[in-house]
Write a protein that binds this ligand. Structure first.
Ligand SMILES: [Fe+2]
Length: 265
């Protein structure tokens, strides 16, 4: 049985201190926005309550390149390269993974609301106990021998994608004392050109950890945060089999889904 241990190196900042920092930054943002300032749609790269963002956020402006030049070297994915079976994360091993079976489906759209077909969507996530198969994730929650937590799919003609998986649990991280991430699924999308590539996270509605999670809160704008939260969709749930969630992803424009590490220029 796993033993709960106290890590002497664990950050000593309390959740209350983190909450106060988040609240002050958000208040400052709202004040500036209401005074005619810019509406932020992305995460802040330098967001002090998210401690490691201080050391690793980009400090120089992005390197500008010719998008057409990048296209010559960017990866291309044909239908033969991605099997439809790869979109089902519950059939990758000999047995059924433990947890709540879910379908996550939605559409990939461009900034004008047009579906983006034939695009690679990749996902990775923790298991139903909040554990990743990764050597850096050593917190005492069980691995599931029947769940790896990675899948991929190509969008269909209407930009739709669908994954069958297990609902991930929240997991602890070492940002501060008693720090937990809201449950989430990581998404990577390549888009129609290399400059549209986004890496982002999808969340589940009603997560009680939203207010406490500095990564989720590093997006200062409430509307932009809301766009990362899937909706429960009963028409996606199936009798005696799975519950269903719907989440659309916008690659560009003012309703763009927040993406990690990149800013649009
Ligand atoms: Fe994660």
């Amino acid at each position: 049985m796993a033993e709960k241990t106290t890590n002497p190196d664990a950050a000593v900042t309390s959740q209350a201190e983190i909450d106060a920092e988040i609240s002050a930054i958000h208040q400052d943002y709202r004040t500036q926005r209401d005074a005619g300032g810019v509406e932020e749609t992305n995460a802040r790269l330098n967001f002090p309550p998210y401690r490691s963002s201080l050391l690793r956020h980009p400090t120089k402006s992005l390197h500008h390149t010719d998008p057409e030049d990048i296209e010559l070297h960017s990866p291309a994915f044909g239908h033969r390269d991605v099997s439809p079976l790869e979109a089902d994360l519950t059939i990758q091993h000999n047995g059924e993974p433990i947890g709540e079976r879910i379908i996550v489906t939605g559409r990939v759209l461009d900034g004008d609301g047009r579906p983006v077909a034939g695009q690679l969507v990749e996902v990775w996530q923790a298991n139903a106990a909040g554990r990743y198969i990764h050597k850096r994730d050593q917190h005492p929650a069980p691995l599931d021998p029947n769940f790896t937590g990675a899948g991929r799919a190509l969008t269909g003609p209407n930009g739709e994608y669908s994954f069958t998986t297990i609902k991930p649990a929240p997991y602890p991280w070492k940002n501060h004392h008693n720090a937990w991430r809201s449950a989430h699924i990581h998404f990577s999308l390549f888009g129609t050109d290399f400059t549209q590539r986004i890496v982002t996270q999808m969340y589940f509605p009603g997560d009680p950890i939203f207010d406490l999670d500095p990564i989720y809160q590093s997006i200062t704008d409430q509307a932009a945060r809301d766009r990362l939260v899937a909706t429960y969709d009963h028409s996606v749930s199936q009798h005696e089999w799975n519950t269903g969630y719907r989440w659309d992803i916008v690659l560009s424009g003012s309703n763009r889904t927040w993406a990690e590490e990149e800013e649009e220029h």
